[in-house]
Ligand binder design. Structure first.
Ligand SMILES: *[C@@H]1O[C@H](CO)[C@@H](O)[C@H](O)[C@H]1NC(C)=O
Ligand SMILES: *[C@@H]1O[C@H](CO)[C@@H](O)[C@H](O)[C@H]1NC(C)=O
Length: 371
């Protein structure tokens, strides 16, 4: 059976390349390739195992030029429209690969559309703020404006979408002293996008962003133990150890934007930047004196000052225009439909309707900050 398939494919390829599609009708030169192909088609017709039988190929003694030209397209069309049985799957892929260069562009586009329409897009909600954008509700459900928006955009665009939770450092991550990079979850295609990300220069080297949908406050400041007994100077951090959250926007690159009013912010000494995966561990490290201060942006610092920490210094802005976006791989097909749909929703008022509804649905978690 496998031998038969391979033989058929080889013959088909030879057949098409050696005159099956040529136009010189008047030529008397025997077309051996075509003869072999016809023999092959007729010869296999009684074999029940033969995969070509299921495609109901022409079984004529003589194939016209027009017919021979139409064969690849007919194969492709039949492959595309029949229910693929698991046992035929490999055969179908082999046939499709052989046929792809031979069929019309329209047929290929139609196949591409079908694949795209059946694809499921996944979004990782990182839950780094406890705010109306995304949060875990009292009933345990994942809720928020970002999730409502994903559902609405996908519905309008006719796409199937799923939201799942993953840790922020799986979407984006840091190592002290190095340029930040996209996380394994996003790069490893475990999902297509991550929710609620702010654009930064460094991030734009690594990932792509959709249209904005939320106004974020990325003002970042230092947090120290209540009373600042060690006299941490937020205007001079030379030689100090600073804590950051792994994958979050308030990183070393952001801190360096404050170089004009924070001495030592341009570049931390090696070993003086510590990245944490867990916000509580970072504040425990501040409390124990393991680090001198934590550097964190406003939205992610909820509940901190109420729990024994002081906030110090002039804020540093971390995000470009401080807007939130869905963050995706640069090669993602999501951008091609998500952006036009969201732009359309903004023009037609559907986006603002969703913002308005969010006040009642998620307003108890804070201010609705639509763009
Ligand atoms: C900052 O602190 C370092 C070390 O304590 C010191 O050498 C430096 O002069 C200070 N910079 C300013 C502007 O005070
Ligand atoms: C952002 O939050 C800080 C508090 O950390 C506040 O001082 C500032 O006014 C806020 N900015 C905006 C634009 O709301």
């Amino acid at each position: 059976m496998a031998r038969l398939v391979i033989e058929g494919l080889l013959l088909l390829a030879v057949f098409v390349q050696c005159g099956g599609t040529s136009d010189d009708r008047g030529s008397d030169t025997p077309n051996y390739a075509r003869t072999y192909f016809e023999l092959f088609l007729n010869g296999i017709s009684s074999d029940e195992d033969n995969p070509f039988n299921s495609l109901s190929l022409p079984r004529t003694d003589y194939l016209s030029q027009a017919e021979t030209r139409a064969i690849p397209a007919r194969y492709a069309s039949q492959l595309m429209h029949r229910e693929s049985q698991p046992q035929n799957f490999l055969t179908d892929i082999m046939l499709m690969r052989t046929l792809a260069p031979l069929v019309e562009k329209d047929t290929l586009d139609e196949m591409e559309d079908r694949i795209q329409n059946e694809r499921i897009y996944t979004f990782a909600a990182v839950l780094l703020c406890n705010c109306p954008m995304e949060y875990i509700a009292e009933d345990g459900e994942l809720k928020g404006f970002a999730i409502d928006l994903i559902n609405e955009v996908c519905k309008l665009a006719g796409k199937k979408c799923i939201v799942q939770h993953d840790a922020p450092y799986k979407c984006y991550r840091h190592e002290a002293g190095l340029h930040s990079v996209a996380g394994d979850g996003l790069l490893g295609r475990q999902y297509d996008a991550c929710t609620t990300y702010v654009r930064t220069r460094e991030r734009e080297h690594c990932v792509a962003f959709t249209e904005s949908y939320w106004q974020q406050n990325t003002t970042s400041r230092f947090f120290v133990r209540d009373g600042n007994h060690d006299n941490f100077d937020p205007a001079n951090i030379t030689g100090k150890t600073i804590g950051f959250m792994d994958g979050w926007v308030s990183d070393e690159a952001c801190l360096s934007h404050g170089r004009n009013w924070i001495d030592g912010a341009a570049k931390l000494d090696p070993g003086k930047a510590v990245y944490f995966k867990n916000r509580k561990s970072m504040f425990d490290a501040v409390a124990s004196g393991e680090i001198d201060a934590a550097f964190l942006f406003a939205v992610a610092a909820y509940g901190v000052t109420e729990n024994g920490f002081d906030v110090l210094g002039v804020g540093v802005e971390c995000g470009i225009q401080s807007t939130s976006h869905f963050m995706t791989r640069k090669d993602s097909s999501l951008l091609s439909w998500f952006n036009p749909t969201l732009r359309l929703m903004k023009r037609t008022g559907q986006y603002h309707k969703l913002c308005h509804e969010a006040v009642a649905k998620h307003g108890h978690k804070g201010k609705i900050r639509c763009v």
